[in-house]
Design a protein around this ligand. Structure first.
Ligand code: MG
Length: 277
């Protein structure tokens, strides 16, 4: 080895020894102060465990369609005590027989809605198109679940109920649709005469004090256990004619539709709701 090379190597070796934090631990940017003996922290499983608040204990229903212990029962097959006319708030006049609620389509009866008002909730409802159903398109077993009833008639946010088993109609108006806004992801309809279920999670819209929209409404719907609306964002109230828009409300009843078509009336059973406020 030539003498110059030896001197260079010696010089470099001295620098490496003299520099603090040199070698594999040297991750500090140039010009940074030397770290004061910061020991590396070894993450532990306990670091990411959360112990409080403890979720409330409730008792689930005997089946996944039976109400859990914290549900508000809206219809259990016995009476319509929880329901009133959506038109004038008088006692609801639909028919209860054999544990089942059936729409009354007689003139002047109309839609019914809950006495109680709600904001955000989880809801279960079962409905059946009669086996002898007639009609076609929107005039075949049409009803509706209004997730918030913001006035008489059809004012509000409608999750469509219809016989969509081999019955062609506009797809944003078939069963499982958010009427004229949200097309269902799939069509899991059962045939007329069989009970069907909706399980709904409703996140109500929120409004500023001046009535302006703060956050839109969202809905998730399982239809016969199948996801058909996946955290769908609504554009406003569901309208038969025209573009949807929001109208401020705080809490609202849940409404069932007596649609004006001439097909045979449909039935409901086992309706319950869990508030999520
Ligand atoms: Mg309808």
């Amino acid at each position: 080895m030539r003498i110059q090379n030896f001197k260079l190597l010696l010089f470099l070796a001295l620098i490496a020894v003299a520099r603090p934090g040199s070698g594999q631990q040297s991750m500090a940017p140039q010009g940074a102060e030397p770290q004061a003996a910061a020991k590396p922290v070894t993450p532990k499983p306990q670091d990411t465990e959360v112990w409080e608040p403890v979720p409330k204990v409730i008792t689930p229903g005997a089946s996944n369609s039976a109400p859990p212990s914290d549900a508000i029962i809206l219809f259990d097959g016995k009476n319509l005590n929880q329901w009133v006319s959506a038109q004038d708030k008088s006692p609801a006049k639909w028919t209860v027989a054999d544990g089942v609620l059936t729409v009354t389509k007689a003139p002047g009866v109309g839609n019914i809605e809950t006495r109680q008002t709600f904001r955000n909730y989880q809801l279960h409802i079962e409905w059946k198109i009669p086996e002898n159903i007639t009609g076609s398109d929107q005039a075949r077993g049409n009803s509706g679940l209004f997730l918030a009833s913001t006035g008489p008639g059809d004012a509000g946010y409608e999750l469509q109920i219809l016989d969509s088993y081999n019955n062609k109609t506009y797809v944003n108006g078939q069963a499982g649709s958010i009427y004229k806004q949200g097309i269902p992801l799939v069509n899991p309809n059962r045939k007329p005469g069989e009970w069907q279920t909706y399980d709904v999670v409703w996140t109500a819209p929120t409004f500023g004090t001046d009535g302006s929209l703060k956050t839109p409404a969202y809905v998730t719907v399982l239809f016969n256990g199948v996801l058909v609306q996946d955290h769908f964002q609504l554009k406003g109230q569901t309208l038969y004619i025209g573009q949807p828009f929001y109208k401020p409300y705080e809490k609202a009843p849940i409404k069932l539709q007596a649609h004006g078509d001439r097909s045979e009336p449909i039935s409901f059973r086992n309706i319950w709701v869990r508030e999520l406020n």
